[in-house]
Design a binder for this molecule. Structure first.
Ligand code: ADP
Length: 614
């Protein structure tokens, strides 16, 4: 029962999605399907009418005009159906794009905890492993419209067959019953054939998509993406890749064509045989009834034709119903993704009134566990960040520094405890307004394949002088001077031939410029110099106060030497804040973690090893 409810819910959502794409699609398709399913009756009628009139010895001119009229109108309507179907096909091509757009919009609107949640990641992987979602979105329109048209055809067929049924009652009711049992048997055989071929097709498709996935992930990308080119060349992996390219392609094509062709011909052969038996029996029985004088001769053609259509319609109905259900079941995976609810309260309040953006933030006994993890990434953190303070957060990898920042800028909410801004719980403040307070450069920041200026502004339109100034402050001036198109220079070569490749350090400077351009009252730099060379790193440090200006700055690093210029240092260890103070005060505490870390790092320096860990 529950399953049926979820299937119906999936179907209704799908119809909603289709209507969102285009309101005319479904009605148009229903009309075409209705015409496609009912027009053949006109053809059968004309044949029956002409034969009936001829056998009755009527002069040609008495029935020909009517027959021609019907043929003309049917022909025109058929042409119309094909014209509409051409438009359909254009939509079909766009359906995958439409589906990707919907997925993209949903992904962008997810709250960050949902995005990073392993369940979401698995769901997204499952969705991306199958690539015909747009088609199934489209298939559902075909099935719904198909069911509508088929039911119509069934109703018309049964109405036409009423005189035949009456004749059976008059002539021989047992013959009628035997005929109905025979038709039911034929239909049963047809359903078994359809189920068998569908099962075979599914198995082949599953097997094939596994191969295709492997082929695309392991081989396709390595062969296509220029970013993998270095490794392919240096490790002389060319032979390996091309062998797999060839094997993959050969396997994929062989699997598809050979096996599918085998199933199709078996399916078609069996169906043709069954249909031939049905048609033969159909004409014999209806003809016999006519010979017994219970039906005029013209009606033999009409009724025999209608029996064929009714049997076809019943078979079609079960096929369309099953495929509708299959799509709904498959679509449940996508629904799982579309149904991910918002998880962060978005708040309504404005920011607390403060003179010249002086905000004080405080963590009150905050603990945090990532979704799906039973380990505390932060434990009972109580910490105050005063307005315009420069605070360095240090500690070994995994000690909770980045997690603290994620909570601070509301990518996550604490599992326990609260964070306040000027004494007010940050959860009560309008989400976007609160987010606008922070400029953050994360370790794993991301630049986009747009122009340099767009990257700095994170917007398609930007203030050129501000963007240039931010890049200058971030130490990018020398590099931009070498770029012919300046701020218009596209980054990376994904979309533009003259896109530039940038080094890790250059990328970090652009990310820093983006944070400066935003000009928010808080600036958070998470390992901002990790990819910079020593000179660039020195420049960032020496200009740090100037760069940060009147903002509150939080500077995260596991490299203690980088933090000495901050007047306040917070030491994190295994998710806890264990020490806080100036460099001099902390180093003086010989039993403290800071002292231990400092000495350990100084030793690495001295022995000139593991510099990257310093
Ligand atoms: P740091 O920034 O000090 O290197 P993090 O705050 O990134 O440390 O990590 C703190 C702890 O939280 C680590 O044990 C890390 O493995 C865990 N962690 C970080 N991100 C996630 C995540 N998305 N899901 C689960 N655990 C995570």
């Amino acid at each position: 029962m529950n399953k049926i409810r979820t299937d119906i819910k999936a179907l209704l959502t799908l119809i909603g999605v289709i209507n969102q794409l285009d309101k005319l699609l479904l009605p148009l398709r229903i009309i075409t399907s209705a015409l496609q399913n009912t027009l053949p009756y006109a053809g059968i009628y004309v044949s029956a009418y002409v034969v009936g009139s001829l056998t009755d010895g009527k002069p040609i001119e008495s029935f020909l005009p009517r027959a021609l009229w019907i043929i003309g109108i049917t022909g025109t309507l058929n042409a119309l159906v094909y014209a509409v179907m051409r438009v359909d096909n254009a939509h079909l091509l766009g359906a995958d794009v439409a589906f990707q757009t919907l997925m993209g919009e949903k992904t962008l609107s997810l709250d960050y905890p949902s995005l990073e949640n392993p369940e979401t990641v698995t769901l997204r992987q499952k969705i991306s492993q199958e690539n015909s979602w747009g088609q199934s979105l489209w298939g559902i329109i075909g099935s719904i419209a198909g069911i509508f048209g088929t039911v119509l055809s069934l109703i018309i067929g049964i109405i036409i067959l009423l005189p035949l049924l009456a004749s059976f009652v008059n002539v021989n009711i047992w013959l009628g019953l035997a005929f109905i049992v025979f038709i039911a048997l034929i239909m049963f055989i047809q359903t078994r054939i359809a189920a068998w071929s569908q099962k075979k097709r599914d198995t082949i498709n599953d097997e094939n998509s596994k191969q295709l996935k492997y082929y695309m992930q392991l081989v396709g990308n390595a062969g296509i993406s220029y970013k993998d080119g270095k490794d392919v060349r240096l490790f002389d992996a060319h032979g390996l890749i091309s062998r797999y390219l060839f094997l993959g392609q050969a396997n994929v094509i062989k699997n598809l064509t050979d096996k599918m062709a085998g199933v199709s011909s078996a399916n078609n052969g069996a169906n043709t045989l069954v249909e031939a038996i049905l048609t033969g029996a159909n004409y014999i029985v209806v003809g016999a009834i006519s010979l017994m004088g219970a039906l005029p001769i013209g009606s033999v053609i009409f009724c025999a034709g209608a029996v064929g259509r009714v049997v076809g319609a019943l078979g079609n109905l079960s096929y369309q119903g099953t495929s509708l259900l299959r799509i709904a079941r498959r679509w449940n995976i996508v629904m799982g993704f579309f149904d991910i609810p918002p998880v962060l309260p978005k708040g309504k309040e404005g920011l607390p009134i403060s003179s010249s953006e002086r905000y004080e933030i405080e963590f009150h006994d905050v603990s945090f566990k990532y979704p799906g993890s039973d380990q505390c990434a932060l434990k009972n953190l109580s910490m105050k960040i005063d307005p315009r303070q420069r605070i360095a957060v240090v500690g070994r990898n995994g000690s909770g520094k980045t997690t603290m920042v994620k909570l601070l800028c509301r990518l996550y909410d604490p599992t326990e405890g609260i964070i306040t801004i000027n004494g007010i719980d940050i959860k009560t403040i309008d989400y976007n307004t609160y987010m606008s307070l922070f400029s953050v450069v994360f370790q794993d920041f991301k630049l986009f394949s747009f122009s340099l200026g767009v990257n700095v502004a994170a917007d398609l339109t930007y203030d050129e002088s501000c963007a240039a100034e931010s890049l200058d402050e971030a130490g990018f001036t020398e590099r931009i001077e070498k770029m012919d198109r300046g701020l218009e220079t596209p980054l990376y070569k994904d979309f533009e031939e003259d896109g530039v490749e940038i080094s890790g350090g250059e990328a970090q400077k652009i990310a820093l410029a983006r944070a400066l351009y935003k000009d928010a009252p808080f600036i958070v730099l998470d390992e901002p110099t990790a990819a910079l060379d020593p000179i660039a790193e020195f420049e960032v440090y020496s200009k740090f106060n100037e760069i940060v200006g009147g903002k509150t700055a939080i500077y995260i690093s596991h490299r203690l030497s980088s933090c000495r210029f901050c007047d306040d240092i917070a030491v994190f260890h295994e998710g806890e804040l264990i020490q806080r103070g100036s460099h001099d005060a902390l180093i003086a505490d010989e039993n403290g973690k800071y002292h231990e870390l400092w000495n350990a790092q100084a030793q690495y320096y001295a022995e000139n090893k593991k510099i990257s860990d310093l």
